[in-house]
Design a protein around this ligand. Structure first.
Ligand SMILES: [Zn+2]
Length: 237
């Protein structure tokens, strides 16, 4: 690995299956504490609504050196919105999130669904980087520039980290510059809740231990932890 980018999509618990916010109350503080202890930086893509509801937690993100990014206003999918709705959602989210961090340049759409025709809206709202593509799904997109937006795909899906480390570590080490994404709710035990099996397996303490293992393995390779913004600026060169 040349470098690694850890991203966290900050939202309700496993949307749209649940509307609870255990991840916000229990998972997000655990993640922030872990990153602080390990001395690493990450990028948090936060919905405007979660920022309004949990201002004290969201304040910690830029204060502790992480990048604050945007994950829409609600967790509604942009591919199901008309242009005007999409424009309003981005504007509303930007307005809320910029109260926490003036420099808001990175975006990831809920469900990694963002029609290319809306990239112009991102530009207008001052975003420079988009991480709404999934490199692990056909047509397996790579980083690219579209208009003025640099698109850096997510390369590793969140449930990957909940597999046994003996399985995910070799795969991770093969990746040149992985962009991993996780959610605060994955670090809360969701096993008793009515959600899809792939969403609930190994959630809670096991997921947290696996994340620690991943961080330590990356450190052992002297692999730097980059925020989305840092990662994207390398792409420009
Ligand atoms: Zn999301």
């Amino acid at each position: 690995m040349k470098n690694i980018t850890i991203t966290i999509d900050v939202e309700e618990d496993c949307p749209p299956m649940l509307t609870s916010t255990k991840g916000m109350e229990e998972g997000l503080p655990k993640l922030l504490d872990l990153f602080k202890k390990e001395g690493i930086k990450a990028t948090f893509f936060v919905t405007g609504m979660m920022a309004e509801k949990y201002p004290d937690l969201i304040t910690r993100i830029p204060k502790e050196g992480h990048e604050l990014g945007c994950h829409g206003y609600t967790h509604a999918r942009f591919d199901r919105m008309e242009t005007e709705e999409a424009r309003i959602a981005l504007k509303q989210a930007g307005k809320v999130l910029r109260q926490f961090e003036k420099k808001l340049v990175s975006f990831r759409a809920p469900n990694l669904q963002f029609p290319a025709k809306y990239l112009k809206l991102l530009e207008k709202e001052g975003f420079l980087y988009d991480s709404s593509l999934a490199a692990y799904k056909p047509p397996f997109p790579r980083s690219r520039v579209e208009g003025k937006i640099i698109r850096i795909p997510a390369t590793i899906t969140s449930s990957f980290l909940r597999l046994p480390p003996a399985l995910f570590l070799p795969l991770l080490k093969q990746a040149k510059a992985p962009v991993l994404f996780v959610h605060p709710w994955e670090f809360v035990d969701m096993s008793a809740l009515p959600i899809r099996p792939d969403c609930k397996f190994n959630t809670g303490e096991k997921a947290l231990q696996n994340l620690k293992t991943l961080i330590h393995a990356s450190k052992a390779e002297n692999c730097p932890f980059l925020t989305m913004e840092e990662r994207a600026s390398l792409e420009k060169l």
